[in-house]
Ligand binder design. Structure first.
Ligand SMILES: Cc1cc2nc3c(=O)[nH]c(=O)nc-3n(C[C@H](O)[C@H](O)[C@H](O)COP(=O)(O)O)c2cc1C
Length: 168
């Protein structure tokens, strides 16, 4: 699938088929994250791929009982391992991991897979479930699987409302 087509086709998917995701497709999705840019090219990230049903169920509970997290055959926990703050004041870990994850959502869409960004989760609980060290942050959870729904596009602001030429 061509890039703009994947950008337009991607939706947040919250219902998944029981069909497992082929390992080569999981690795292709992760590879698109691996190729993402990162501050100083540090690549301070680690992606935990969870297929175990019991662990997915625990993560769903940590995600405020969003049960579709457990229903997806794969959940990726996207972790940032740096505490570097850039000159602009932004922490690199959240930005780097987010860019990589966005690559992954688009790669997944191009492979016919669905994803949903999960920000509503208790990080301390998720870290305990996955054995993530104290100094590492989990930026997001991302269920991945074959979609069992075809949601309509969610509304977006028009371009004139979100941009300006030359000045604020
Ligand atoms: C940072 C972030 C956090 C989100 N957290 C959740 C979440 O916890 N649960 C959920 O169902 N959707 C979550 N979403 C998905 C958004 O609701 C969704 O992207 C938005 O409604 C637009 O829909 P679309 O992705 O289908 O275009 C999150 C999205 C982002 C970018």
């Amino acid at each position: 699938m061509e890039l703009m087509e994947a950008i337009r086709a991607r939706r947040s998917i919250r219902r998944f088929l029981e069909k497992p995701v082929e390992e080569e497709k999981i690795l292709a999705v992760l590879d698109s994250g691996r190729l993402a840019p990162s501050a100083r090219n540090m690549q301070d990230w680690r992606f935990i791929v969870v297929r175990d049903q019991a662990t997915r169920q625990k993560l769903a509970v940590a995600a405020k009982d969003q049960q579709f997290v457990a229903q997806a055959p794969v959940v990726i926990a996207a972790c940032g391992t740096s505490n570097y703050i850039m000159t602009c004041g932004q922490p690199t870990y959240a930005i780097d991991v987010t860019i990589a994850l966005d690559h992954m959502t688009l790669a997944a869409a191009s492979l016919g897979l669905g994803t949903c960004w999960i920000g509503a989760f208790y990080e301390d609980q998720a870290k305990k479930i996955l054995g993530v060290p104290d100094d590492v942050r989990i930026v997001a959870l991302m269920p991945l699987g074959y979609p069992a729904e075809e949601p309509l596009p969610r509304p977006r602001k028009v371009i004139g409302d979100i941009m300006a030429w030359e000045h604020w």
